[in-house]
Design a protein around this ligand. Structure first.
Ligand SMILES: Nc1ncnc2c1ncn2[C@@H]1O[C@H](COP(=O)(O)OP(=O)(O)O)[C@@H](O)[C@H]1O
Ligand SMILES: [Mg+2]
Length: 247
């Protein structure tokens, strides 16, 4: 039984150590929270993505996986009641219905090996009553709220490493241009590149050959790579330059 999980991000990149830590925490703890690292309060750093990628890699190890959007407190009981319906629990629609679903799950009925994901659970109060109290089921929480540290095993998520950034940039659209090294004037491009590789030393690209025919000889040029990316905290947009050369 599998419900509500966001579509897989086919560009999912890196995070090997964090996924391994999440797996290990879920093996030993009943509640695990994915939280922002030292720069507190950062949104868009990839917490929800790590939770959902974990499910695509390990979801088959559970009998039930249920993704509960938890940013609005009222969504939580509504989603738990839907899970009860999907499990055929016939708990009705009254205010007590959600707690009857939970009590069945805690008692292992109809399954004991389940994982509930509370995504963007900024308020502990809204979710606390839905965490496993007994039995073998698990809860995975994503939140910006560091107070979860008191209640849960934690996985702390920071921005990408440089290596992860480069890996992701290789999958995204980037623009490559040739600029005058002194004035910054664009001499050729920008061309949209796919499959570009940027190393610390030099960019290699598959935009096709640049047309420098209109550019007077004797200029000092530089290859400039610009990218834009909207997952701000994870990887800001930016510019980087290759080595200068004379044309
Ligand atoms: N590991 C990753 N690989 C590729 N893209 C990612 C990854 N993590 C996050 N992103 C991108 O950043 C966006 C924000 O990530 P998200 O998990 O929603 O952040 P958070 O839950 O921390 O606010 C995602 O929609 C996705 O486009
Ligand atoms: Mg999130």
């Amino acid at each position: 039984m599998w419900g509500g999980v966001p579509a897989r991000n086919l560009d999912f990149t890196g995070r090997r150590a964090l996924l391994a830590r999440l797996e290990q925490q879920l093996r030993t703890k009943s509640v695990v929270a994915v939280l922002p690292g030292p720069r507190r309060g950062m949104g868009g750093v990839g917490k929800s993505q790590i939770a959902s990628e974990y499910l695509y890699r390990h979801g088959a190890e559970y009998d039930v996986v249920w993704w509960i959007p938890a940013e609005q407190p009222a969504q939580v009981p509504a989603s738990v009641i839907e899970l009860g319906d999907a499990l055929g629990l016939k708990v009705g629609r009254e205010v007590t219905a959600a707690s009857r679903v939970l009590e069945a799950l805690w008692a292992g009925s109809p399954y004991s090996n389940w994982l509930l994901v509370f995504d963007n659970a900024e308020s502990l109060a809204a979710v606390r009553d839905y965490l496993p109290r007994w039995g073998t089921g698990k809860a995975l929480v994503t939140s910006r709220n560091a107070d979860w540290e008191q209640l849960a095993g934690t996985v702390s998520v920071g921005p990408f490493t440089r290596a992860e950034s480069i890996q992701l940039l290789r999958k995204r659209n980037r623009r490559l241009s040739i600029e005058d090294a002194d004035t910054g004037d664009t001499l050729a491009g920008p061309d949209l590149c796919s499959g570009l590789m940027f190393t610390d030393f030099a960019p290699e690209h598959d935009c096709g050959p640049f047309d420098l025919s209109g550019v007077p000889h004797g200029r000092r040029c530089v290859v400039v790579l610009k990218w834009s990316y909207t997952g701000r905290a994870l990887l800001p947009s930016g510019t980087t330059k290759g080595p200068e050369f004379t044309w």
